[in-house]
Design a protein around this ligand. Structure first.
Ligand code: 13P
Length: 258
């Protein structure tokens, strides 16, 4: 597996000056951790400026969403071609907030995954079950649907440029309940076997990140789980002090050494 992946989705947070100040500080802080692949996913309005500031550096830049078409009459949408042109490396697709609040479905997400490949971006496909799915015992079915439809038509060669984030809906955000490490490990192992089914041996190399209420207290127990190849963090990474504490703890635990 590649370097451990560590990234943050800012959602709809941070003013422009805050975004710039955060990015400039992060550029310096990450120099201590060359064994880690960092990425930040800011609001799309900031991408152009932040791409300039991150050019040639250690941190990949991501977008929180995009359309699958290059252009057209789609008010309010963002073209994958624009993202590619401004240096965006990662396309975050299907975050549960977008699936829930904006009705994103697996078929459209599959179009977006292919658009990301066409525009030389890494699709970061987010999957995860709701509290209700979990209660009914259909977590595996839900994940299989999201992966099989979301990744339909992706070939093994493309799969080497694909990241998956497992983010249980019930664990995300201020009202989220942090998941137990044993549960996360079991689901990551299940996702790995689904990826092997779908892509053969190439499925072994697809990084699976975990996200949902990751914090300085639980980061090590989650990161050491088998098949957890990275962490995808919201609130605890918006504050750089907290993110650095997470990094220090992962480093001390030897997680970043692979
Ligand atoms: P929190 O870490 O704030 O729960 O958010 C996780 C997330 O949604 C990452 O995409």
């Amino acid at each position: 597996m590649e370097r451990f992946l560590l990234g943050t989705n800012w959602k709809m947070h941070k003013t422009f000056p805050e975004a710039v100040a955060y990015t400039e500080r992060l550029k310096i802080l990450v120099q201590q951790y060359p064994q880690c692949q960092f990425f930040i996913i800011p609001p799309s309005l900031y991408l152009r400026e932040l791409a300039e500031r991150l050019k040639g550096g250690q941190i990949l830049l991501g977008a929180q969403n995009m359309h699958w078409r290059e252009e057209g009459d789609y008010t309010g949408e963002i073209s994958p071609a624009w993202l590619e042109a401004c240096g965006v490396a990662v396309a975050e697709l299907g975050h549960s907030e977008r699936r829930q609040a904006y009705n994103e479905n697996d078929v459209d997400l599959n179009r977006k995954v292919h658009a990301a490949f066409r525009h030389n971006m890494i699709p970061l496909l987010c999957v995860g079950e709701s509290a209700q799915d979990k209660e009914y015992g259909v977590t595996a079915e839900k994940l299989r649907m999201q992966l099989k439809i979301g990744l339909f038509g992706v070939n093994p060669e493309q799969s080497s440029r694909l990241w998956i984030a497992y983010e249980p809906v019930w664990a995300i955000g201020p009202s989220g309940i942090p998941a137990e490490a044993a549960y996360v490990q079991a689901v990551h192992q299940m996702i790995r076997s689904m990826l092997l089914e779908q892509f053969g041996e190439s499925g072994r190399r697809i990084p699976i990140l975990y996200g949902g209420s990751v914090n300085p207290e639980n980061c090590v127990s989650l990161a050491v789980c088998s098949e957890v190849n990275g962490l995808f963090i919201g609130r605890s990474a918006w504050d750089l002090e907290k993110w650095m504490l997470i990094l220090e703890r992962l480093h001390m635990a030897g997680v970043l050494e692979g």
